[in-house]
Design a protein around this ligand. Structure first.
Ligand code: CP3
Length: 387
């Protein structure tokens, strides 16, 4: 399960990394390593100076990796998540392959609700399906509080296995959870949705039940994320993937309080909190004020414009359009450099604007990582001021 040295360059070196084919582990004694808390990723999350812009990719595990498909086996992704050896291996695969600055736990946003027996599965190619869906007050009884040690011991074991591997290399692990709105949307719609009509109908038609549902989900997210950090995660990301379906006023009134309670519930842990949603350009100022160190931005809003919208109090994460990675390399390189320039070198975690598309060539992502690492944050800072 060992991660090769390409992934362990903690020195901001611009030298060509070892070739991608060189999968052999290198003794960690030969690798200059900084503690995880001082890694480029964690430093950038806290908007501290860095010697390179850190990079990782949402949905970097799975999908486009042949080694994922080989290791994953048949069945629901939830079955893979319940096997710590396999989940740890799937967490580490993209770190080896791409040389990213952080791993993200192999899990899913529906793991806590599935673990308390709500009746959730994840269909390949479709996403989470819920049967029966959440409809009425009695359904709250199906959402008892999460006890991570008893309900999801496999998640904590996976984190222990992964961090035993990555901590000595100075590579942080990101834990994650789904934000109350996005998880609620799956429970209410019964599966993926385009319009979130039933979700909005419950939100507007029965505000009391809506608030009770979001409060339960917020409690589960806090419990899960706290346990993930206690098991070794160095940062957390709260995915509100589908919050962009809401107007700012609906978001502020009906969603933000529950999201804020999740983020506030993590404040004492001292790890960076990342918050992200798709199509949230109009919500960015509200999300930035929810209690975060890092705000994820999708590809629709350039990072310099996002910075204008949220001010200087948070770091930004993003935001290369995942579809760009399917274009010829010179296009990918130009857009990567554009994102870096707009990010300004500090307080920027490079990422895609949403998850890796399944048809992405893994070599393109590895080249993006190399390009980001080869770019000096100081030069970006200077060009940002000049421009
Ligand atoms: O890098 C990673 O992929 C790490 C693990 C991870 C998964 N899901 C595994 C998974 C993460 C971080 C998630 C988060 C997640 N899950 C989100 C938030 C991020 C986002 O994309 O906005 C959401 C909305 C979900 C719900 C979900 N689960 C969806 C929409 C899908 C996709 C359906 C598909 O096949 O395209 C899933 C299934 C899922 N979760 C897969 C993986 C690797 C798909 C592949 C498989 O079943 O093996």
């Amino acid at each position: 399960m060992r991660v090769p040295a390409r992934r362990a360059k903690g020195d901001g070196s611009r030298d060509r990394p070892p070739s991608r084919e060189d999968g052999a582990p290198v003794p960690s004694s030969s690798v200059p390593v900084v503690p995880v808390a001082d890694s480029a990723f964690v430093r950038a999350c806290w908007s501290r100076p860095v010697d390179r812009v850190p990079v990782w990719f949402m949905r970097q595990a799975g999908r486009s990796l042949p080694e994922y498909r080989a290791a994953r086996g048949p069945g629901s992704v939830l079955d893979a998540i319940r096997r710590p050896d396999l989940a740890a291996e799937l967490t580490l695969q993209p770190v080896r392959r791409y040389g990213v600055d952080a791993a993200i736990l192999f899990g899913d946003i529906v793991v806590p609700v599935a673990a308390v027996g709500f009746g959730v599965d994840v269909e390949q190619g479709r996403g989470p399906v819920v049967d029966p869906p959440f409809r009425q007050i009695g359904d709250l009884d199906r959402l008892r509080p999460l006890d991570p040690a008893a309900d999801t011991p496999y998640v904590l074991e996976t984190i222990r296995l992964v961090t035993a591997e990555l901590d000595p290399l100075g590579i942080p692990l990101i834990g994650f959870a789904g934000a109350p709105f996005t998880v609620a949307s799956y429970l209410i719609e019964g599966g993926p949705s385009r319009l979130y009509a039933r979700t909005k109908a419950l939100m507007r038609g029965d505000p009391g039940l809506w608030a009770a549902l979001l409060e339960r989900l917020a409690g589960m997210a806090v419990a899960s994320l706290r346990a993930q950090v206690e098991a070794g995660a160095a940062a957390v990301q709260l995915f509100d993937s589908w919050a962009g379906a809401l107007s700012p006023s609906d978001y502020e009134r009906s969603v933000l309080p529950a999201t804020r309670s999740v983020l506030d519930g993590l404040a004492d842990l001292g790890v960076p909190r990342i918050h992200f949603g798709v199509g949230t350009g109009e919500l960015l100022p509200l999300m930035a004020g929810a209690g975060v160190e890092v705000l994820g931005v999708d590809w629709r809003v350039p990072l310099d414009e996002a910075r204008r919208r949220v001010g200087t109090g948070v770091a930004l994460q993003g935001n290369l359009d995942p579809a760009t990675c399917l274009a010829p390399w010179d296009v990918v390189a130009a857009e990567t450099e554009d994102v870096l320039r707009r990010g300004g070198g500090t307080g920027h975690v490079f990422n895609l604007g949403h998850g890796v598309l399944p048809e992405t060539d893994p070599d393109v992502l590895a080249r993006v990582v190399d390009l980001v690492h080869a770019t000096s944050p100081a030069d970006l800072c200077a060009s940002g001021k000049a421009g």
